[in-house]
Unconditional design. Structure first.
Length: 78
């Protein structure tokens, strides 16, 4: 089952939940304030490695080749 992140529209907290894909958009109570006004947030896909240099730490896929930002493009200009 995938892990989804939900952002609370009342307090801004992000809650993670292990849910079936069919339940991904179902309401989820915020862990901080209890509000059910949460929306599914965009998450970064990660994959773990097993090579000695990876340290078994999950690494984001993709990212910027210029600045090394693993979470997407940067604002560096050419």
């Amino acid at each position: 089952m995938p892990v989804y992140e939900y952002a609370c529209e009342d307090c801004g907290a992000v809650t993670e939940a292990l849910r079936k894909m069919a339940e991904a958009d179902a309401p989820l109570a915020c862990e901080r304030c209890g509000s059910e006004r949460t929306r599914r947030a965009h998450s970064v896909f990660t994959a773990g490695g097993s090579s000695p240099s990876s340290g078994d730490v999950p690494l984001p896929i993709g990212g910027c080749g210029r600045c090394g930002n693993p979470y997407g493009s940067c604002s560096l200009e050419d």
